[in-house]
Structures are given as structure tokens and as C-alpha cells.
Design a protein around this ligand. Structure first.
Ligand SMILES: Nc1ncnc2c1ncn2[C@@H]1O[C@H](COP(=O)(O)OP(=O)(O)O)[C@@H](O)[C@H]1O
Ligand SMILES: [Mg+2]
Length: 272
């Protein structure tokens, strides 16, 4: 067997969700390999959150199937402890400390004693590069730190799947990139299968080996961050390269990749 061949771990077919007469998700079909990080990209209202919630088994599809590791999550009780979820806005419990927030899934799903749970809480806190924050409340930490705590809580049970809904919303560009990198590192390190919802183009350029672009409940385009540069899909281009500046950057990158201009050009020389 080739080393690059991977089992398809998440198979979604004809996934549909209607709210009243409108279709939030309209027959989405996609395959995600085990251990892969997928970016679900698209404008606000295109159906990303609804899709993620159906994949996580939090809401019932109107039609279609989600198969996770061979199990149909829409028809059998999902193995909740295998799924870690980072909700948009982190969704921490305001009245609980950081430590209590992260311990919550352990309280729910394990019978471990307090010191075992605390050890695990401290392990994941360290993994997301946070320390000395155990006794702080969510209101006392920054937006970026809240995301880290949200990630720590999502991975505390060692899940096989990690679903992140807009992990960058409300963060500055630098903090966003750090959070993206952290999610990518964790995916690889623990061999998790990860889906990240985003409308942030920096984010997909940084982490997107596998990007699914959604528009109006449909899969409009699928490919990698390298292919996105060459894509002729108008809806995708209008969204990703919305500004003239980014359109120019796309053109330059295409010329570089086609070998028309030197990748290592000396800008100081050229601008003399
Ligand atoms: N619980 C709901 N009831 C009614 N309409 C909803 C509900 N959730 C989402 N929608 C609608 O479904 C569409 C997709 O929403 P959503 O999945 O939240 O998109 P995104 O996450 O890409 O912004 C939107 O038009 C939204 O208004
Ligand atoms: Mg959303």
C-alpha cells in the first residue's frame, strides 16, 4: 500500500438542511481523509456552521448522510467523546474558571479522580502554550487566550475529530495566524481529522492543503492553497481576492509559479 493512500474517514453525501423553505445546505458531498485538516471557506451565511453542526451530530440533516469512520452519525448515537468542538466565540462558561472549563468534559465523560483530571488539564493547557491561568475567569483573559482555552477544552478527551467554527473571528491578524498554526500542529501531532470553518483568506492561504469553498449552501470549488492562485472560478476569486491589492498579489504569484518572473528577485535592484 502506498504511504500516501489514506482511508476516507469522513464521507458526506447529499447533505442537506432546510430551515423552513430555504436551504442552508443544499446537497453537499465531500470526502475528508483521516488525519487531514480541511478548511471550509465561504462568505457569511453560506452554510458553514450548519454543515459543521451536522457533521458533529449536533443537528439532524433534512437529507443526506454523514459517515464518520464508517458510522452513520445521523442514524446511530455518535461517539461524542471522539469529537472535540471549538465553537465560534469560544463558548466558555463565564462562571467557571479556565481550569473548570477545561475539566468539564472530563467530569462528563470520565470517572477519573480530581488529581488525574487536573494533571490532564495542565497537560493540555501547556500544549496550547498557557500557564498560570487555571484560576482565571474567561472575562479576565484576552480573546486569543480564550481561543486557546477553547482548543484545550476541545482536545482534553483526546478526540479523533476536531471541528472549529471560525477560530479566528474577533482576533487580530497576528493572533489569528498563531491560532491557525496551533490547530494545524495539534492535527498533525495527535493525528486528528480536523475541519475548520473560516471566512478568512489569510487563514486558508496559511493552512489550506484542502480547501472547500461553499457558496449558497453548495460546494462551489475544492482544491489546495496552491491551486487557488490559478483558479478561474469567478465566485471564488471575487471572494478570496476581493481587493485590487490581492488581485495584483495573485497575478504576481501566478507569474512566479509559471517561471515568468524570478522568485528570488531583488526588489531593491528592480526599484532603482
Ligand atoms: N437555526 C436556524 N434557523 C433558521 N435559519 C437558520 C438557522 N441557522 C442558520 N440559518 C440560516 O442558514 C443559512 C446558513 O447559515 P450558517 O450555516 O450559519 O452560515 P455560515 O456559518 O456560513 O455563516 C443562513 O441563511 C442562516 O440565516
Ligand atoms: Mg458560521
Amino acid at each position: 500500500m502506498s504511504v500516501t493512500a489514506k482511508a476516507t474517514d469522513l464521507a458526506i453525501s447529499g447533505l442537506t438542511k432546510a430551515f423552513g423553505t430555504s436551504l442552508a445546505v443544499d446537497g453537499l458531498t465531500l470526502r475528508i481523509a483521516a488525519g487531514e485538516l480541511v478548511a471550509l471557506l465561504g462568505p457569511s451565511g453560506c452554510g458553514k456552521t450548519t454543515t459543521l453542526r451536522m457533521i458533529a451530530g449536533l443537528i439532524e440533516p433534512t437529507a443526506g448522510d454523514v459517515l464518520i469512520g464508517g458510522f452513520r452519525v445521523t442514524h446511530v448515537p455518535v461517539h461524542r467523546r471522539n469529537i472535540g468542538m471549538l465553537f465560534q466565540g469560544s463558548a466558555l462558561f463565564d462562571s467557571m474558571t479556565v481550569e473548570q472549563n477545561i475539566m468539564f468534559p472530563l467530569d462528563m465523560f470520565t470517572t477519573d479522580d480530581f488529581s488525574t483530571k487536573l494533571k490532564r488539564v495542565n497537560e493540555v493547557l501547556e500544549r496550547v502554550n498557557m500557564k498560570d491561568v487555571n484560576k482565571k475567569f474567561p472575562a479576565e483573559i484576552s480573546g486569543g487566550m480564550k481561543k486557546r482555552v477553547g482548543i484545550a477544552r476541545a482536545i482534553v478527551l483526546n478526540p479523533k475529530y476536531l471541528f472549529c467554527d471560525e477560530p479566528n473571528s474577533g482576533l487580530d491578524p497576528l493572533t489569528s495566524i498563531l491560532i491557525d498554526k496551533l490547530i494545524k500542529e495539534i492535527t498533525t501531532e495527535y493525528n486528528i481529522t480536523t475541519v475548520v470553518n473560516t471566512h478568512d483568506m489569510n487563514s486558508v492561504m496559511e493552512t489550506g492543503d484542502h480547501i472547500i469553498y461553499m457558496y449558497d449552501g453548495l460546494k462551489e470549488w475544492e482544491g489546495s492553497n496552491k491551486e487557488i492562485i490559478f483558479s478561474k472560478n469567478k465566485k471564488l476569486n471575487d471572494f478570496i481576492f476581493a481587493s485590487e491589492f490581492l488581485q495584483d498579489a495573485k497575478d504576481m504569484r501566478m507569474l512566479e509559479m509559471k517561471g515568468k518572473i524570478d522568485n528570488n528577485r531583488n526588489m531593491d535592484e528592480l526599484l532603482k
